[in-house]
Structure formats: C-alpha cells, structure tokens
Design a binder for this molecule. Structure first.
Ligand code: SAM
Length: 236
C-alpha cells in the first residue's frame, strides 16, 4: 500500500548564488552566507528558541529547480569526473526521488532586518530562493563519526586553482566589495574549485569566457596558464 504525504516549506533562503552553475558541490567549501526567512504561518522567533546553543545546523531543503526534470535511478557522479554511472542513492545528486537535500552549515545567529526576523547561516551550497523544509541542530556526538569511511575520498579531488583579477577591474572589485562584504573572498573560493564542466577541468589554457552569477553581478572568467583569471564583472 502506498501513501502520499504533503510537505510545505517552512522558510526560504536567500544566497549569493543566483544560478546553479558554480555552486560548490557541498556545504562549507565556500564561505557563502545565507539568510533564512520564515513563511507566513511559521513563527521563526519561537521555533528557533534555543538555537544559539548550536554552532552548526542541518538544513533540509528541496532541490526545487530540478523537480520538474524528474529523478533517475542512476546518475553520472561528478566525483567520478562524470565518467561512471552509480545508483542515485549512492550519491548526493540533486536528481533524486522526493528532491530532498541536506546541508550542514554554520549558525550565525538570529537577526532582524526592518523588523523581520531571519536566521543567518554560512557555508551554503544552495541556490537563491531554495525552499527550506526543516532545520535541526547538528549534534556532534551523533553526527560526527570518526569511524566513517568514504572510498572515493581522493578519487576526483576538488580542484584548487589560483584565482586572480585582471588589473583593469580592480576598481570594480573594490566597489562591489563595499556593497557586499566578503564578495572578493567568495569569488576566489568559488572559482578556485574550477566550476567548468568535468571534461574541461584538466585544460590549463581555456580562452572561453565562463559566466558565474553571484549577488547581482555576472562574473566572467577564463583559465590561463593554470590560473583562473576574472576578466569582467558586470551588473546582471
Ligand atoms: N549538500 C546537499 C546534499 O548533499 O543534499 C546538496 C548537494 S548537491 C550535489 C549541491 C548542488 O546542488 C549545488 O552545486 C547546486 O548545483 C545544486 N543546487 C543547489 N540548490 C539547488 C536547488 N534549489 N535546486 C536544484 N539544485 C540545487
């Protein structure tokens, strides 16, 4: 017998990532901030009472941008460089039944903006506007397992390229940093991981300009001599 259950998001998160491209593969890989605001009918103030006792939180959310595409039994996991097919439940793929994602993030506390309350978190891997279906404290005594093994740990390490900015855009970088504190570090964190498709990531000279959308800016980069070079920053 099968049953159907309905889930309603309790909140949504705003993040600097305006599209999926270039979002890190897992939380904590870039110091990206997220602001969680509660939906009508959910009283964030009382629901979060006591949350300050925890340094880290689990966010459970919907991969809402992929729901319409449906799910797959097997996927090509980026950790295999996109070359090997594995069962969806053996991965953290977004193409899964029920479209539920989970991320551990740092708890940066409850704040208010013009009278409305929000929970600030850091280290998110979520696209702007992702619906949050639950928030739970991270319990180190139960969730941090020193005996855990992961045979793929070093199979396809996350790239760590040097990132620099073209001298011609130094003023723009400074101006955007003033508007969005941490902008420059976030760009460096995100681009060091070389967001190009897996089949391009071994190419050290790639003149194609790739575009990443962070905050309200389109950031263009190329790869020269093994380094990621930011060549343009434009309003979106
Ligand atoms: N940490 C989560 C997990 O393990 O369930 C997410 C891992 S998933 C591999 C991370 C990727 O999900 C990001 O790189 C981004 O491309 C994608 N993503 C983030 N938010 C999304 C959303 N709301 N809908 C669809 N895809 C999303």
């Amino acid at each position: 017998m099968s049953s159907t259950y309905t889930l309603s998001p309790i909140a949504s998160i705003s993040t600097p990532f305006k599209q999926k491209f270039a979002i890190p593969r897992q939380p904590g890989l870039a110091k990206a901030q997220g602001k969680i605001t509660f939906e009508d009918g959910y009283d964030g103030k009382s629901m979060l009472k006591g949350i300050e006792d925890y340094s880290h939180l689990w966010l459970l959310f919907l991969f809402h941008e992929n729901i319409e595409k449906g799910w797959k039994n097997t996927v090509k996991a980026p950790r295999f460089g996109g070359n090997k097919t594995v069962g969806v439940l053996a991965t953290r793929s977004t193409h899964r039944p029920n479209s539920i994602g989970m991320s551990v993030v740092s708890n940066k506390g409850i704040h208010s903006d013009g009278g409305s309350l929000y929970l600030e978190v850091e280290g998110v891997d979520l696209v702007d506007g992702t619906p949050i279906i639950d928030i739970k404290p991270y319990l180190a005594y139960a969730d941090s397992l020193t005996s855990a093994t992961d045979k793929l740990d070093n199979y396809q390490p996350i790239p760590n390229r040097c990132v620099s900015f073209d001298s011609g855009i130094a003023n723009v970088v400074q101006r955007v940093e003033q508007q969005n504190k941490g902008f420059k570090d976030l760009v460096i964190n995100v681009l060091a991981q070389d967001p190009r498709p897996a089949y391009k990531q071994h190419i050290d000279d790639d003149p194609k300009t790739y575009k990443v959308a962070l905050y309200d800016k389109d950031i263009g980069f190329v790869v020269r001599n093994g380094h990621v070079v930011v060549t343009e920053i434009n309003p979106r």
